[in-house]
Design a protein around this ligand. Structure first.
Ligand SMILES: Nc1ncnc2c1ncn2[C@@H]1O[C@H](COP(=O)(O)OP(=O)(O)OP(=O)(O)O)[C@@H](O)[C@H]1O
Length: 615
């Protein structure tokens, strides 16, 4: 990607978000770029007129002109700052909106497990929002510097072409050095980003409410703090190296610039003493050298800002251009999916997470008949959750097909498929939201429906969590959070209102809440339950399974659980072994087969039997 593309895209983004602020900023930049040139020329005219004892009528126009320039320069600063700040805010908001629209557009989750994508996203997110504003600031600064430089060069050329050339040539190394430094700064930023991400991970761990227990119990605080500081030291060392180069280079360039200015002044004073230039021209030389050097310094700074901002904005554009990678995007996407009538068929499905990792599924062929209940059994790491993720199209099969009544799911838009699914995942989410919202997110239409309470309560009732939620301080409206205060508990105007802590649930209660969330979609074609009762007490587990059995009666569902008692009523039980389907049949048939299922079932049953005999 060339540097002009991010600049162009950033200006386009600013043009979309704040066109009038952009136009105003350009006008102010033009005025403040030309003002120093006008001031230098007017001062020369005034001084020459004063030296020639001219009348007031001659002195007045340059005097008024200088006053006008002072007003323009005085106003340009604050107005320009205001416009640029507002423009930066608006563009930043739009950039964030675009960025997260692109992130939401990713249908799979493989990208989120790609460290390079994470680095890009983090850079785009942390600095990318400010970069359109900085690009505008940089390009305005450059335009301002160009106008001043052109004006001052013109003015100085009249007095001495040689001096003009010397001042301009002296600025070239500064410009080149700054560009080189900027490149190094960006390289350092990219190299330090993974280090910073690790530092961020350790920092978050040290303040994470979830991690606080283990860190204290195992005494890991110093261990993680040391790691955090080691990462910080590594990143600091890289930045220090760049700053050091910066220091040496900038120091040398400043000495050179000062020497050129001093030589110019000596030359002008010597010529004035000889009488070959006027007092006004001496003032013009002084103003032009100072103006030129400050314009060129401004250009160097603007280039720095522009270079850095375009490099960061490039990450923003890269995230915007990111696709799901392995998806067969070339095929036309099917926009609708009929309700399931016949079966979901996995046809020789192979899958591995990355090209260099081992196969997790090695030719799974499985039929989930419509209206039936299929239980998936296997040892840890057998690939059960992976298969569930493929069914939801979080990943694409590496080989093979998944068919929905004969339609290849690879041809169907993932969001269309997901409208037909309900699921409780093994690693379900606990949202820092109210109890009602935690359930209603299962059916996003409910989040905006005014009287969604009844449906939420019905789902909570079925999942066996209703009584616990009613007992919360504000019932279903209670915020379930350990990190936010419950703002909704008081009015905003009431400053004296005490801060109300949110409430929190136990592990099993959260799991029931997640089940209630899934039950909001109980009418969907396929319900996937991946370990829905692992954290429940035995009575709650029995109740939940009875409730789920009622909810799924006559519906298609896939149940994954190590608690084999919960699966025994399934119409079909399937074992996964070495990434393939091992056995399949009913509970009784698989016990009679005396294979893996029978082994696992007996191992679990004997645990209970031994406990019963011991008591
Ligand atoms: N996101 C991932 N990236 C890379 N490998 C993964 C990922 N998720 C799972 N795996 C690997 O895939 C294999 C199957 O994992 P999976 O979670 O599907 O097993 P499972 O049968 O659900 O296990 P469990 O019974 O322990 O829940 C494991 O070897 C695991 O290391």
């Amino acid at each position: 990607m060339t540097r002009t593309r991010p600049t162009f895209e950033a200006l386009r983004l600013v043009g979309r978000s704040a066109p009038w602020h952009l136009a105003g900023s350009w006008a102010i930049s033009a005025a403040s770029g030309l003002a120093p040139v006008a001031a230098a020329l007017l001062t020369k005219t005034l001084l020459d007129a004063v030296s020639a004892h001219a009348a007031w009528s001659v002195l007045l126009p340059p005097l008024l002109g200088l006053a006008g320039v002072a007003v323009v320069l005085g106003a340009a600063g604050p107005v320009g700052t205001y416009l640029e700040a507002e423009l930066g805010r608006r563009a930043g908001r739009l950039a964030k909106q675009d960025l997260f629209a692109a992130v939401q557009g990713l249908q799979g989750i493989a990208r989120f497990e790609d460290p390079r994508f994470q680095s890009r996203l983090r850079l785009a997110e942390s600095a990318g929002g400010n970069s359109p504003g900085s690009i505008v600031r940089g390009s305005l600064g450059l335009a301002r510097a160009a106008l001043t430089t052109a004006g001052m060069v013109g003015a100085l050329l009249v007095v001495s072409p040689l001096l003009t050339a010397a001042v301009v040539v002296a600025a070239v190394p500064a410009l080149l050095a700054e560009l080189r430094l900027n490149r190094r700064r960006m390289q350092a930023e990219w190299q330090t980003e993974p280090i910073e991400r690790r530092e961020f991970f350790y920092t978050s761990l040290l303040s994470d409410v979830q991690a606080a227990k283990e860190i204290r119990l195992f005494g890991l605080g110093t261990f993680f703090a040391d790691r955090m500081l080691t990462e910080r030291r590594r990143a600091d060392a890289m930045r220090r190296a760049v700053d050091h180069r910066d220091l040496v280079l900038q120091g040398g360039l400043s000495v050179m610039t000062a020497a050129v200015a001093a030589l110019g002044l000596v030359w002008a004073v010597a010529r004035a003493a000889e009488g070959s230039v006027s007092v006004g021209e001496v003032s013009l030389v002084v103003a032009a050298i100072a103006g030129l050097q400050s314009a060129l310094a401004g250009a160097v700074t603007a280039l720095g800002v522009l270079h850095h901002a375009t490099s960061v904005f490039r990450y923003h554009l890269e995230v915007l251009a990111t696709d799901d990678g392995g998806r067969s995007a070339a095929a036309p996407a099917i926009e609708t999916l009929e309700p399931l009538r016949s079966a979901i068929v996995l046809d020789d499905v192979w899958f591995r997470y990355t090209e260099d990792s081992p196969w997790v599924l090695r030719g799974v062929s499985l039929t989930i008949p419509a209206g039936s209940s299929v239980g998936l059994v296997g040892r840890n790491g057998a690939g059960k959750s992976t298969l569930v993720k493929l069914l939801c199209r979080f990943y694409e099969p590496t080989r093979g097909r998944i068919l929905w009544d004969g339609v290849d799911l690879a041809q169907v838009r993932p969001d269309v498929l997901r409208e037909r699914l309900g699921a409780v995942f093994q690693d379900f989410m606990s949202y820092e939201l109210s109890a009602t919202e935690n359930i209603a997110v299962g059916d996003r239409d409910l989040l905006v429906r005014p009287h969604a309470g009844e449906e939420v309560r019905a789902a909570a009732e079925r999942a066996g969590i209703a009584a616990d939620l009613e007992r919360l301080p504000r019932g279903y409206d209670t915020l379930l959070s350990r990190v936010f205060f419950d703002d909704s508990a008081g009015s905003e105007d009431d400053a004296a209102q005490p801060e109300v802590h949110g409430s929190y649930l136990s592990g099993g209660q959260w799991q029931k809440l997640a089940t209630a969330r899934a039950l909001m979609r109980a009418d969907r074609d396929l319900m996937i339950l991946d370990e829905p009762s692992s954290g429940l007490d035995p009575a709650a587990e029995r109740d939940l399974h009875q409730c789920l059995a009622r909810a799924r009666h006559g519906r298609t569902n896939l149940l994954v659980s190590h608690r084999l008692g919960a699966l025994r009523d399934a119409d079909l039980l399937v074992t996964l072994v070495d990434g393939r389907v091992g056995e399949s049949g009913t509970h009784d048939a698989l016990l009679a087969l005396d294979g893996l299922y029978a082994e696992l079932f007996r191992a679990q049953a004997s645990g209970y039997q031994m406990a019963a005999e011991a008591s």
